[in-house]
Design a protein around this ligand. Structure first.
Ligand code: MC0
Length: 139
């Protein structure tokens, strides 16, 4: 079911400032941006120049609301790595397999993620202190 590391997510206070920093410092290119009301984030995806569509990307996550997961993360930790996202071919089957292994999934059913992907998360306390997102890209 696992087909790659989809992205690594970094919590930031200001999205445009963070995009400029990644572009000017590391040469990463902006490939996608959107707002996700359900998740309470403004987000941007960046990739190395010339990366194919399947390449691992960097996701920048800024809070849309004070009560969002990213706002809480920033309050507690400041900016920094917030999540590791694994790409799967079937998120329902991946969640079932992980539940069988004793992992707590945050949602009973997958929700909408970036670019109409379907996502769920393993609780960080069950995954060695890492918030692991499972993402099944849209077809
Ligand atoms: C919290 N903890 C983390 C963590 N967030 N550990 C590692 N990485 C993180 N990102 C730790 C806390 O320090 C705490 O440890 C323990 O987990 C439980 O904390 P809590 O206070 O009970 O819970 P909260 O309120 O901090 O919430 C954590 C939780 C939340 C993971 C449940 O952030 C959440 O629902 N996340 C899923 C949604 C999300 O992250 N959305 C933004 C990305 P101690 O030791 O103090 O007990 S949206 C996205 O990613 C979409 C757009 C996409 O990619 O498609």
């Amino acid at each position: 079911l696992l087909s790659g590391v989809d992205h690594v997510g970094i919590a930031v206070a200001d999205l445009d400032t963070a995009i400029d920093f990644q572009r000017d410092t590391f040469g990463l290119e902006l490939t996608h941006r959107e707002e996700n009301e359900d998740q309470g984030v403004r987000e941007a995806m960046l990739a190395a120049p010339g990366d194919s569509t399947g390449a691992t990307r960097i996701q920048l996550l800024a809070p849309l609301r004070a009560d969002s997961a990213i706002a809480k993360f920033l309050d507690r930790n400041g900016p920094g790595l917030q999540q590791l996202a694994l790409r799967v071919t079937d998120v329902d089957a991946a969640c079932a397999a992980l539940r069988d292994r004793g992992m707590r999934l945050l949602y009973d059913a997958p929700r909408r993620g970036t670019a109409d992907s379907r996502i769920n998360f393993v609780h960080p306390k069950d995954a060695g202190g890492v918030l692991v997102e499972l993402v099944q890209p849209a077809q």
